[in-house]
Design a protein around this ligand. Sequence first.
Ligand code: GDP
Length: 613
Amino acid sequence: AELAKSSTPSEKDLRSPICCILGHVDTGKTKLLDKIRQTNVQGGEAGGITQQIGATYFPVDAIKQKTAVMSKFEKQTFDVPGLLIIDTPGHESFTNLRSRGSSLCNIAILVIDIMHGLEQQTIESIKLLRDRKAPFIVALNKIDRLYDWKTIPNNSFRDSFAQQEKSVQAEFQNRYEAIRVALAEQGLNSELYFQNKNMSKYVSIVPTSAVTGEGVPDLLWLLLELTQKRMSKQLMYLSKVEATILEVKVVEGFGYTIDVVLSNGILREGDRVVLCGLNGPIATNIRALLTPPPSRELRIKSEYVHHKEVKAALGVKIAANDLEKAVAGSRLIVVGEDDDEEEIMEEVMDDLTGLLDSVDTSGRGVVVQASTLGSLEALLDFLKDMKIPVMSIGLGPVYKRDVMKACTMLEKAPELAIMLCFDVKVDKEAEQYAEEQKIKIFNADIIYHLFDQFTAYQEKLLEIRRKDFMEYAVLPCVLKTVQIINKRNPMIIGVDVVEGAVRVGTPICAVRQDPATKQPNIMVLGKVVSLEVNHKSSNEVKKGQTNAGVAMRLENPSAAQPVWGRHVDESDNLYSLISRKSIDTLKDPAFRDTVSRDDWLLIKKLKPVFDIK
Ligand code: GDP
């Protein structure tokens, strides 16, 4: 009953904004959430903060109390009934709080550790927030760790900061400026929130301590200020239901249940609802709408409170039949009296089929599998940015049939014969099959880690190719003999580099025209085993690099070495041994980067010498 009252829309008919917390691991997301939730010292029970499913609800009274210390600096109006903060910090809930590609999170808090600055997941979070066009503020956390920080518990940052020593203020300023620069490198302009004159262009930074509670009033004040002043349109109370599944869970006595964030409208017991399932759309009836009991003591007696209806915004558990294959990140659509259920089933599956746009039409690419619609979408966005082609997408555990899809790449593009899996189970049989077929399965729950594994694997493959094809990767050069030093194996010749560069490992040849066939007669002198300039050995000598001669030592294991003075002499140009195969090898990704534009021009020039078409 208490919950129903607190979630009743206010007179002004704005609903509560929904807030998510993101950031790198250990920046203090959980601690900050705990601190925000904590009841106020002087107020005791802070005006009915309620624990919901996957979220905490802060009625406006609680926020008033918590932001009271701000009245010295800022006016506050309270137009929204409260604030709904999602309890699971991190990417997971943010990515799943989605509807047709846009975020249902009205405002996010990106937590950055002031002592560490931007970290990998900070950058990943910024990308996510930007992709979903979600407004956010930065909590610059752990200010209490600044050397000599004097704590005034639960104070506003502005007041606490004014009372610090000059040295503390200076350290803060240094760290803050460095983080601003780092944010600018990510394309974000930022400003301390109370100096921010342009909230739509500049991200607001709120310094906080999740341990002392300092800055938390500033944070809450800003959340409310931003959402009600700048987003009142999105916060209009609608009768149309807007709801997203955050988690699918088994609960004793209820079977499979879904944890849902209702961001708009009303849900009622008995409602017919449609949602996206692993194997197709699911239509079912709400059997129970559940929230935790209002206080902890009651939790022992009854696990959940049942509701006849619930109003946005809130987190609620839904019990119903057939939820086993429900997908987190899916919308939940209520089937109205005049609605065509079949049509709605199609509509809800659009969430998944819409992602098929990211699949490469040429059929080349990796296989992508994720646990939820939200993470699948985020992963696909990321792969698109990284220009990694995707051949097929899927949800849920990896089975043999998924691995088989990747197998089709073994012939076409072996470097893409892999599966990128985000937080999913891999079936035993699938794992075995992948091993037999040499399909790599990468499984991680951080997008960056998947990407790192992918790039490391690509580099490893290239390294293997480089080793395997080294002898065919011949770069072009033209040499002129200055002096023959030793005619027999090992041949030692003093040369000038006329074009290109000569390298250790390069096979060297002379070419004369066969008088009978008029075809080039290619005579291999041997492979370069060492190069010496001015008695210093070198791995590579480029054209124009030295005025001195280059002493080139060649070894030829075959008996068929041309005889100096008979088959070849000082008048012959010497070349690196170029062939169709060597040219193709240089075009391979493993070597492409080692070939310069000038190298390609020289190869083109030398093609007629070797009669290569
Ligand atoms: P999460 O991984 O982002 O959820 O980080 P946690 O909330 O688990 O915090 C990671 C560690 O940092 C814990 O040991 C916290 O006690 C500590 N921590 C978090 N916030 C603060 C803070 O503001 N000041 C200090 N000194 N420590 C903090």
